[in-house]
Design a protein around this ligand. Structure first.
Ligand SMILES: [Ca+2]
Length: 542
């Protein structure tokens, strides 16, 4: 059931001064127009005195009113012109966080944000890997609206339309990113302090117009000193530690500052102190737990020995009812990872999450120490989820729950902490945070304003969340009860249908069963309408 929530396009503090100003102007003009053209001297003098006093009085009242209105405006601005601290982790599944129920991997600093904010249990990315997810979230359009399905920035498609941080920059905010906010190659781009690609001066898929300033955080990644092992494609153990998008674990020597995320936190701490007296939109992009799983040794301790890690239940014949395109691009089978390696992959991932969580703690401490907690909206999320062995799938791209869902916490000063089970999308952040900060919400944005959910978490703004996996030609409609996935736009690559009430782990694909033909038929229609809607946008002709 979707409520009739509507986007309010005009913030209150823009309206109030405008409403007061005409009142003052009308009073003054009325009195001026009341002076007769011909009058005797005495009357004229008296009248002039009366007028003069009256005029002076009015001017005093007008000045007072103006002053009051300015003070009111200033007070309202101070209340509504929040800063934005946007913290995004890379390749982080919600299932790895203790505030989302993980009992092995403890994330006290992210949990602390959740304890003060609204934690969304059903938030979905719009693309299940970095490039399309980040381009979509930052531009405000679905991946198939811009056509940005790979690892480029959306600027050529959106022209001079403002991205989310750019919108804040255009409204007088200091806008900065530290490390990865748009896509950036990991580990390649991090090793070189850029992206490792040629375009955009080494800043990868970054968008210069979004930022007042931008900072990269180079780190050694897989080359870090310590004990490393390549888990993927290494059955005989002879493969050395390698770079690229490969499952590698490095128990690293040295402290946090050796690594990219340690430097990112330090830079963010520095920027919070430096810009504490002006409105800011600060994007802090951590690259862990993206592979390679590299962090200082101490973060591995809770997960040793790796043999103590408990893998997800393996169900015989689990793949039998999944279309070929639905078998993820990385599996225990094609990565040649035995159970020992799988458990080490899980422990290595968790250590990376714990390391990243500690860096989040440093940034949040700086927020408190600079007195910014009461005027800063804090958002914590990830660009997409991740498989840690469910269905013997690993990593991202899959449209199954662990990969398509993201952690999302929004903490707004003064609002009550809550858990919200409504379906929301990362695309909703741009309009919602703009609304909360009293900025205009551009009508062209394809996300919804979820800010009312922060006051009433029982509200709903959408019937379904939508996500895509262009690399598998996959599309997901996630409804309250059903998960519908189809491969290829004409569904010729196969369909998956899961009843999340009765099968939350998605073991039983119902799509081919005759009794669910009606449900599948309805979803095909809804999918076609969704694609039509998202392609019907203001980019079509420009
Ligand atoms: Ca990612």
């Amino acid at each position: 059931m979707t409520s009739s929530l509507e986007k309010s396009q005009k913030p209150g503090f823009f309206l109030k001064p405008l409403a007061l100003a005409p009142t003052i102007m009308i009073g003054y003009n009325d009195e001026s127009n009341d002076v007769p053209a011909i009058i005797n001297k005495k009357r004229r003098r008296t009248r002039m005195m009366k007028f003069s006093m009256s005029r002076r009085g009015l001017l005093v009242i007008a000045s007072l009113l103006l002053l009051m209105s300015q003070r009111l405006t200033a007070a309202e601005n101070a209340a509504e012109q929040y800063n934005v601290l946007f913290i995004i982790s890379d390749d982080l599944t919600a299932t790895a966080l203790s505030c989302y129920g993980n009992e092995v991997c403890h994330t006290p600093n992210i949990d602390a944000i959740a304890a003060k904010g609204v934690r969304f249990t059903r938030a979905y990315c719009q693309g299940t890997y970095c490039g399309p997810s980040r381009a979509s979230m930052l531009s405000g359009y679905y991946p198939h609206a811009t056509g940005v399905l790979g690892y480029k920035n959306p600027r050529p498609q959106i022209g001079d339309r403002a991205t989310w941080p750019q919108h804040f920059k255009n409204n007088g905010y200091y806008s900065a990113r530290v490390s990865k906010i748009y896509h950036m190659g990991v580990p390649g781009g991090i090793e070189t302090g850029g992206d490792g690609r040629d375009h955009d001066g080494g800043n990868g898929a970054d968008d210069a117009a979004s930022w007042t300033e931008r900072f990269n955080s180079p780190g050694p990644e897989w080359k870090a000193a310590g004990d490393g092992e390549t888990l993927e494609g290494n059955p005989d153990g002879k493969r050395p530690v390698v770079g690229g998008n490969t499952f590698v674990v490095v128990e690293a020597d040295g402290d946090d500052l050796v690594h990219s995320d340690g430097k990112t936190a330090a830079k963010a701490v520095e920027l919070l102190a430096k810009h504490r007296d002006e409105p800011f939109w600060l994007g802090v992009g951590f690259v862990r737990p993206h592979v390679p799983f590299v962090s200082p040794r101490k973060y591995y301790e809770p997960f040793l020995p790796y043999s103590s890690m408990v893998l997800p239940t393996k169900v015989p014949g689990d793949w039998d009812d999944i279309p070929k395109l639905g078998i993820n691009y990385k599996t225990s089978l094609n990565m040649q990872m035995d159970v020992r390696r799988q458990k080490k992959a899980m422990g290595g991932y968790y250590a990376s999450v714990a390391f990243m969580d500690a860096q989040v703690g440093k940034v949040m401490q700086a927020l408190r120490e600079n007195g910014l907690e009461k005027k800063t909206i804090v958002i914590f999320t990830s660009d997409h989820g991740y498989h840690l062995g469910e269905h013997d799938f690993w990593a991202k791209v899959s449209l199954h729950e662990e990969s398509a869902a993201v952690p999302l916490i929004i903490s707004v000063p003064g609002k009550k902490p809550a858990v919200c089970n409504s379906l929301v999308e990362l695309l909703d952040l741009y309009p919602s945070i703009s609304k909360l900060c009293g900025l205009e919400v551009p009508k062209r944005l394809q996300g919804k304003d979820i800010s009312p959910l922060l006051d009433d978490p029982t509200l709903q703004v959408r019937d379904a969340a939508f996500s895509v996996a262009p690399a598998r030609k996959g599309f997901l409609l996630r409804e309250d009860r059903w998960v519908y996935i189809q491969y290829k736009e004409d569904a010729s690559g196969g369909i998956e249908l899961f009843d999340m009430d009765n099968d939350p782990n998605q073991y039983k694909n119902l799509a081919e069963l005759p009794e669910y033909a009606g449900v599948v038929k309805q979803f095909k229609k809804r999918f076609a309408i969704k694609m039509q809607e998202l392609r019907d946008n203001d980019l079509k002709n420009g």
